[in-house]
Design a protein around this ligand. Structure first.
Ligand SMILES: [Zn+2]
Length: 188
């Protein structure tokens, strides 16, 4: 169990594409476990590998008590449009309304490498789209209109000064109990 440092906007890895995961190794399971711990500690609902400085195409999510790991996710179905507020662990204190598909169906592999499909609307749908964006170098602010993006970036310029190394180091202490990688994950 370990907490990982979170890269904040400005760190180049957040703008890079990820690499497909070809094999589920013990090291990858450990990474997923650490990402869940880091997401919990940061009180987030999603965390993608580039946010912890990694190139693997995977993200973890927890929405409405459902914990998911999505490995090599692809959006199969996109329908409708809905607007809602988003923030990001890599842009603390910056929030904005973002347009997303109202419903998505995502195909991904779980921690055992098994392919599954998950349907997401409301918060889960939004979170899946936000995390999959991260896996392709995109931030939620990229989806804002020019004016709104400028306003968000002005806020971020102010907040960013708190992270001179472009890393967010989470405080250690009252860590969640030790878990193994498989028991912490639910797949539908
Ligand atoms: Zn994010």
């Amino acid at each position: 169990m370990a907490l990982l440092d979170i890269h904040v906007l400005g760190s180049p890895i957040l703008r890079q594409d990820t690499e497909r995961v070809e094999q589920i190794t013990p090291a990858l399971r450990r990474l997923v476990d650490d990402m869940f711990d880091t997401m919990d500690k940061a009180k987030g609902i999603g965390l993608a590998a580039p946010q912890v400085g990694r190139r693997e195409r995977l993200a973890v999510l927890e929405v409405d008590d459902t914990r998911l790991v999505v490995i090599n996710p692809e959006i199969l179905v996109k329908e409708g449009s809905v607007r809602g507020e988003e923030g990001c662990l890599s842009m603390p204190e910056v929030y904005a309304d973002v347009n997303r598909f109202a419903r998505v169906v995502v195909r991904a592999q779980d921690i055992d490498g098994t392919w599954y499909e998950v349907e997401g609307h409301d918060l889960l749908g939004r979170c899946l789209q936000h995390e999959i964006d991260h896996l392709h170098g995109r931030m939620f602010t990229d989806r804002l209109s020019l004016l709104k993006r400028r306003a968000a970036m002005r806020e971020w310029d102010y907040e960013k000064a708190k992270y001179p190394k472009l890393l967010r180091v989470l405080p250690v202490g009252d860590l969640p109990a030790e878990r193994d990688a498989t028991s912490s994950i639910t797949t539908p």
